[in-house]
Design a protein around this ligand. Sequence first.
Ligand code: SER
Length: 584
Amino acid sequence: MDSKKIRKKFLDFFEKKKHKIVPSSSLIPEDKTVLFTTAGMQQFKDYYVDKESPYGSRVATAQKCFRTSDIEEVGDKDHLTFLEMLGNFSFGDYFKEETIGWALEFLTEECGIEMNRLVFTIFKGEKNVPEDLDSKKIWISLGADESQIEKLGMEDNFWGPTGNSGPCGPTTEIHYDLTGKPCGKDCHLDCECGRYVEIWNLVFNEYYQDEEGQLSSLKSKGVDTGMGLERLAMVIQNKSHVFETDLFTPLQERIDSLAESKKEERGKRIIADHVKGAVFLISEGVKPSNTEEGYVLRRLLRRAMRHAKILELPKNSLEKISEVVFEIYKDDYLVATDKESVFKVIRKERKKFEKALEKGLKEFEKEVANGKLKGETAFHLYSTYGFPLEMIKELCEEKKIDFNQEGFEKAREKHKMVSRAGAEEKFGGLSEDPDKNEVKLHTATHLLHESLRRVLGSHVKQEGSDINSERLRFDFSHPQGMKKDEIKKVEEMVNQKIEEGLEREIEEMDYEEAVSKGVLAFFEKDRYPDKVKVYSFVDSSGEAFSKELCGGPHVKNTAHLGKFKIKKEKSSGKGVRRIKAVLN
Ligand code: SER
């Protein structure tokens, strides 16, 4: 059965069980607390909690997912960055009995997998959550032997939430025995020998975890299951690696046809995985950059480039390989007409990194001739030549030298302190020569600061600010995580002020006078000159929305800022929150 058939079989099976088939959502989710869609349930998160599902209470999907959590494992038998997750979901409808029964029926009857090759894990009970005896009973009633059931704790058999908070619960997982024999007497489910592969995760969402990590019971119980299509294809197609399934063989063949050396299997797999991931991210509008999704994309492309270099692939190989990704997914997710623009992005990034890669590698080789890599040099490779961290670690591994994490972190801290001192002198966290976007983001920072105070309260105080040409980062005092509707309100307020077209006004006055007028200042008096500048943004009736002591620069009118979007809200120390936001 090829992967297309498997995907269809899964969706048909659940359609027959009265599920609505919903299309895959984007890899870039609406939920701002996460960068990527990492699981099928992401687009349905609210339907477990307080919103009614517009699709009814049973749905099934094949969902595009992207995960960076396993990026260092890519190249082994079953870890990937981009994957497709097959899932069925219940929002207050069926629960354990049906979920487990259908999962077994699908695997054994539809896919022809032998029951005795399966191992089932259940939650053993931990941290006030009881042991999942029901799942055990159900597996046994369906013919599982006691010896096929293993009990594990929170770490393995409790899932979620995605992001800072959300639905979560105990799981029961299905593992497949690939070899049928233990590698030794200590062989276990997670054994490095690769005997087992986890294929399906059945999550019973009974709890809601808040930002502080506290669990409370959900009003109605839900189900969220996820099965990697690549792994299921590997089992059904009787392969020992996901890279040998039809979702990868065309890519492997293209790489082989371009490669001089036929060795370096792991490098070839990394290229196949990373190019595939990159094509999907680019086709969803992500561009390589130094922040967030853009930086993940950059890391994929740069790491793929280095492996291409080791394999001595011709220069434009990444583009040639990415063509094959379109072949594999053209009927499902990718549109052939996007090809050229995807190639362009890859080409541009390749050209940008080519020289830095050469130079950085030379520097690396020179230094490690002494048998070690200094933290300073590792940081230099990272910051000056743009080497992603996992690439530096991989280089060290290949040379069998230790990566000096501590030294690297120290160098990074030192660098941060130097740039922070410079930035604070300018009161805005801006670089020496701010580009247009930095200026816009600086103005947006003022609007954000005031909006936070109006929505959350006047206890909100700036704790830090950092701006680059792509995003703003703002740290502020607030005792707990922001709720979803608070984030929305703040976002709406900033956008409203942008639309109102507030005018910039600059006044010079004494520090004392400014503070007595209620102007926002965030450093002690001795950090400011005697005469300070006050930047206000004023509406057409002359009323100031925000007034702050600042060194500028700022835009003349807020109307030209674009659309303000909060990408992330998270903790940044005790009582301090951090927002990352962009202007589109
Ligand atoms: N959310 C679970 C997972 O990602 C099951 O879909 O594994």
